[in-house]
Design a protein around this ligand. Sequence first.
Ligand code: 5GP
Length: 198
Amino acid sequence: MNKRKGSLFIITGPSGAGKGSVLSRVLPSLENVFLSVSATTRKPRPGEEDGVNYYFISRERFDEMVERGELLEHAEYVGNCYGTPEGPVNRRLEDGQDVILEIEVQGALIVKEKRPDAVLVFIVPPSFDILERRLRNRGTEAEEVVEKRLQKARAECAHMDDYDFIVVNDLLDDAVRDLSAIITAERCRSSKNQIKLV
Ligand code: 5GP
């Protein structure tokens, strides 16, 4: 019997939309899923670990990865480069694992072009006011960076309609339920199953 190939999920949401909180609740409840670790030229925030949150690399190393075609997609976001190493994604999908990429809009749209069966999920805050409050309360970025991230958030939300699903993160429990339901529904898709009744 042919082995089921994994599904590719792309989760996008502006800084402060709460993607991290939603994913940290959804992931432990799912089996057989791999969260891709991106490469970035951004400096680690306190508590972030190399190889866990990101591969924190130099601009030179990043450009080298791009030149060698090692990235499935890459984009610049508020002055830093981010990209998805392609090798681990392909290996996990071939192995039947579902893969989640947590990436911004430009990268998501590149992946959708390359892999039309990828499932795109956009996580939005209930309002821009709430987004601003969450970003400032996080306190991890300088004022100038917060302003840039807010502008970026507005631009990103304009692409919401390019996504297959939208999850509003007002109450965390509801957003967790919705994202879990989307992943479960994709796993049940008839074209993804090779069930033979005997
Ligand atoms: P942060 O600096 O807050 O960790 O991430 C900034 C933005 O970059 C977020 O929207 C995040 O989803 C996005 N991002 C993280 N990794 C990647 C990646 O590999 N590719 C792309 N295109 N965006 C990424």
